[in-house]
Design a protein around this ligand. Structure first.
Ligand code: IPE
Ligand code: IPE
Ligand code: MG
Length: 239
């Protein structure tokens, strides 16, 4: 019924539980999770997905033990360094959403470097959500719009949905068609509230480090069977 989703977003969850299952430290789960990222980025590009957005670190993840946060940050720098060439080779354009100013300097610099180097790539748009929280994003947008209204740059009656979108981190992204969350949790955890307004939700018990090409394919097949009505009736949609 449905075509391929244009924009797929993933809440990559379950690294810690994967490690626990194997009797390993949480860090091993994150390491294995990084492998899964590599595989899924490639698989998504092969599937012809135009936009892939990955939730990598939330504004609330700063509340984890300091050592875990620091390991996650190191893993990020290393992954960016290691994957850089592959992104170029696969024509993938990297971007980020979230407040990257608060990331450790090496992470921020490596990220900006790769974003800069891939900016002319015309293939899949890969977006990493880093220090991202949807409530923070909406709050920033409201604050920015309030300033513009105060300084008479926008008149209040002109504030509409597109004004809001223009002030989001996600302003250059289309609305999400398919949102996948691994690990069995069925919640949004402050991810992309505006952009998932009409997303199809797909939850799988598979832990993120085990999430492979076939699992992505299965999610896409499932999406393909759904009828998206956007408030209309089924008859209208199928007319
Ligand atoms: C997802 O796995 C990775 C991040 C949130 C950075 P978790 O680390 O949340 O794994 P669980 O939920 O503890 O299993
Ligand atoms: C959401 O996972 C954030 C990322 C995947 C980066 P969490 O593991 O932080 O979410 P909760 O705490 O279980 O809701
Ligand atoms: Mg988790």
């Amino acid at each position: 019924m449905n075509k391929k989703p244009k924009h797929v977003a993933i809440i990559m969850d379950g690294n810690g539980r994967w490690a626990k299952q194997q009797g390993k430290q949480r860090v091993m789960g994150h390491n294995q999770g990084a492998h899964a990222v590599r595989e899924i980025v490639e698989a998504a590009a092969e599937e012809g997905i135009e936009y892939l957005t990955l939730f990598a670190f939330s504004t609330d993840n700063w509340n984890r033990p300091k050592e875990e946060v620091s390991i996650l940050m190191k893993l990020l720098v290393n992954s960016l360094k290691r994957e850089f060439r592959k992104l170029i080779k696969n024509n993938i354009k990297l971007n980020s959403i979230g407040d990257i100013e608060l990331l450790p300097i090496p992470v921020k610099e490596e990220l900006q470097y790769v974003i800069q180097k891939t900016k002319n790539n015309s293939g899949m748009k890969l977006t990493l959500a880093l220090n991202y929280g949807a409530k923070e994003e909406l709050t920033r947008a409201v604050r920015a719009i309030a300033f513009k209204v105060k300084n008479s740059i926008i008149s209040p009656e002109k504030v509409d949905q597109s004004t809001i979108i223009e002030h989001l981190y996600t302003r250059n992204l289309p609305l999400v068609d398919l949102l996948i969350r691994t690990s069995g949790e069925e919640r949004i955890s402050n991810f992309l509230l505006w952009h998932i307004a009409y997303a199809e939700l797909y939850f799988t018990k598979t832990l993120w480090p085990d999430f492979a090409k076939e699992d992505l394919h299965k999610a896409l097949l499932n999406y393909g069977k759904r009828e998206r009505r956007f408030g209309k009736t089924s008859e209208q949609v199928n007319a």
